[in-house]
Design a protein around this ligand. Structure first.
Ligand code: ADE
Length: 262
């Protein structure tokens, strides 16, 4: 009789342990909630289509798509072009959706002769090249209240992004470096020279630095992943519409891989 109750107790303990382990497993799969921001439809549409258990919430001009990518919790959103749209969007993701980290994906212009259309840039840091308080003694790009030009990306997210690109697009080059953000589409050698002489930088775009600032101010890790659509010079206005869609689609598959293969 005593032996039978010990056996029964062992079975119950084993069952409880199994439940705890399975429960923990599920929790680990979705314990990180990732916000994914693109500026344009092309940059987020593919990811939205891959989403399961979707819930859409309208806030302001934006639609936030909450759901699962292969079991991982994500919130995908198109913010619209430019720093104001991007910064506001990042703050909503943090405040209203409680995301733990943010990925900004999309296209960019190359600032470096060795970086070609189709290549990728992963942010080491971001700067806002058009932020200018030099008239009152600040360095160009130095952000008020932060006291720094550079907004550093999260190292683990950077490493994950680079691995995802190498895995999903082994035929293209991936560069790690500075992303330069401003409210201008860069399309001349002069604009390009002005940015690189002041900040260095590998690519220019119009949202990453604003998202980086909001993440910095909220202590939320971020990374910017950009596919090059043009050379940010006189050819940019022709190359951009030609290569933008393909580059944006490639970003989507990389972000999906990155989120689901941490
Ligand atoms: N996004 C893609 N190409 C760009 C460019 N040349 N300038 C700013 N943002 C861009």
């Amino acid at each position: 009789m005593r032996k039978r109750s010990i056996t029964l107790m062992s079975v119950v303990i084993a069952l409880v342990l199994c439940c705890i382990l399975i429960g923990c497993g599920e929790k680990a799969k979705s314990s990180v909630k990732t916000g994914i921001i693109g500026a344009m439809d092309e940059e987020v549409d593919t990811l939205k289509q891959e989403l399961e258990n979707v819930k859409v919430t309208d806030i302001g001009w934006m639609e936030f798509y909450e759901g699962n990518l292969d079991g991982e919790e994500v919130v995908i959103v198109k913010c619209g072009i430019g720093k104001v749209n991007a910064g506001a969007c990042a703050q909503v993701l943090i405040t209203s959706f409680g995301v733990d980290r943010i990925i900004n994906t999309g296209v960019a212009g190359s600032l470096d002769a060795s970086i070609d259309i189709g290549d990728f840039v992963v942010s080491i840091d971001a700067v806002q090249h058009d932020f200018d308080l030099t008239a009152i003694g600040n360095q160009k790009g130095e952000l008020d209240g932060i006291g720094s030009v550079s907004l550093p990306a999260d190292e683990t997210m950077m490493a994950n992004a680079v691995s995802a690109i190498r895995e999903c697009a082994p035929e293209v080059n991936v560069f790690e470096g500075r992303v330069c953000t401003g409210d201008q589409f860069i399309s001349s050698d002069e604009q390009k020279r002005n940015i690189t002489s002041e900040f260095g930088g590998l690519c220019c775009e119009m949202e990453g630095g604003a998202i980086a600032q909001i993440c910095y101010q909220n202590n939320v890790p971020f990374v910017i992943i950009r596919a090059i659509s043009d050379k940010a010079d006189g050819s940019a206005t022709v190359d951009y519409p030609t290569f933008e869609k393909e580059a944006a689609a490639r970003c989507a598959s990389i972000v999906h891989y990155m989120v689901t293969n941490k």
